[in-house]
Design a protein around this ligand. Sequence first.
Ligand SMILES: [Cu+2]
Length: 576
Amino acid sequence: MPRLADYLVRYTGTKSPANMWGTEVAVGSNGKILSVSTRQEGMAIPSGGYVLSGHGEAERWLEANAPVGATVILPGGTAPVPSPTPTPTATSTTSPPTTGLAATGRWSISNSPLPSRAIHSTLLRDGRVLLLAGSGNNTGDFDAGTFKSAVWNPTTGAYKEIPVPYDMFCAGHVTLPDGRVLISGGTEGYAGHNGAVGYVGSKKSYVFDPATDAYSAVNDTIEGHWYPTLTKLENGNVWSVGGYDNRDGRAKVSTAVEMYDFAAGRWLPASGTAQTGRYWGTYPHFFLMANGNLFFTGGYTFGDSPSATGSVIHDWRNGTSGDVPGLRDRQLRDQAGSVLLPPAQNQTFMIAGGGSTDRGGATNSVDLINLNSANPAWTPGPALPGPEGRMYLNLTTLPDRTVLASNGSTGPRAGNVLRAATYNPATNAWTTVAADPVGRNYHSSSLVLMDGRVAVFGSNPADGSFEMRVSIYEPGYLFKGTRPTITAAPGSTGYGAGFDLGVTGDVVSASLTAVGSATHQTDTNARLVDLPITGTGTTRRATVPSNPALLPPGPYMLTVLDANGVPSVARMVNVR
Ligand SMILES: [Cu+2]
């Protein structure tokens, strides 16, 4: 039987005959959905099972109601008895499989499009979002000196446009311990434009203050940086490397190690921090480790991997490094996704997908590493759902301690993949969820908002256009009924400090999530830290971890999670 418009067809045999214009789910012999295939030629039919193939209305029904793991009951049938699982199961009780919106979540597109190109997005301590464009990859705006930014209120949808004092396009940024945002580097010249030898990196640096919505200048960095990474350290200072300098008419990458002294409010001279003399690439994915060292996951942007093994542990205090073994596809991690998995105490990192802007090609491989181990090495993890390799993946840590993987494309700035999934570190498995209806690749970023929704910004495909629609994802936990709440918490707290935490609901855990600051699909300061709690009922006792390298000083979103996997709306807490 052919699959006609809006048909839902069940195919048995070895392979579905359907064309690519639909969604299919493979149902195993136990009646459970094993995998989901969207917009691809007919999928393989599992032995003893079948494929449900939907078009149009039926496709949308499958997307909303048929996640991996759900049980399918055919008309007139009964649920098949699952065959025994040979592997040992966890001792905790398992809830019935979630279905519908509670399983898939829901995407929508914000009513008001962006007023300027959102290349960089930062959640401010007041819950608003700072969006930076600078010239926004537009040489006309660059020549005119038209540099833009805006603050977006995700509750009202309103934008406030704020002029920018220099071209922050492709700068680095991070939230400082006091909640202001440090922005450094960016664009002083476009490659091949006005005689520039390549993209010329800016030495400029500014701090944005959400209390006044104004930028104030700080001193210049040692060299110019186009695509620098800014990583906040345990002492609140900011370590920064990477990017192109290309100044004075000469092609040159930057090997300068920059250090922002938070207390002094300025960048230090070269003598003020350990230099490496090494080029670390463009936007190298450097994260702070719990022992205070820096971890380069292997994710980067453009060109070749700056590491022989793909991954490095670096001691910023003395400038020494050691290669970390085991990373697969090290030359396909250009614009891979990197994330410190929740909770940060486990020190387990994931790298997912990536490709090569220069050579083409992309991977769907996922590798994991536990830096708490005595001899850390990458090991293979479960591949991204779907057969295609993807670069430009947005990884967003959600308050239910899973990671959302969305967006991306099969090649450089083309071939969008509309597929999303969540990864649960506790089960080491992906679950397919609803997909962002907007295709997004280069120059996209994502943030989790204080209410637990996710906002995704940008995309700058090869035709030079820019995606001005904002996508909003409401994860499945927003469709599971009453949310727990936080009724009392301090506005600021210190390392090792205890405080009373007022809650409603069947709260099982609490966490502190660093406010996001993302660009080019990456936030190297992202982390969700478990906040240990004791007691029962409406007043719990929380104890802030004593190690500032686990949670460097700054604003954090405090959330509680209930037994049903539903998080509260966040409260902002400053950790000092
Ligand atoms: Cu860029």
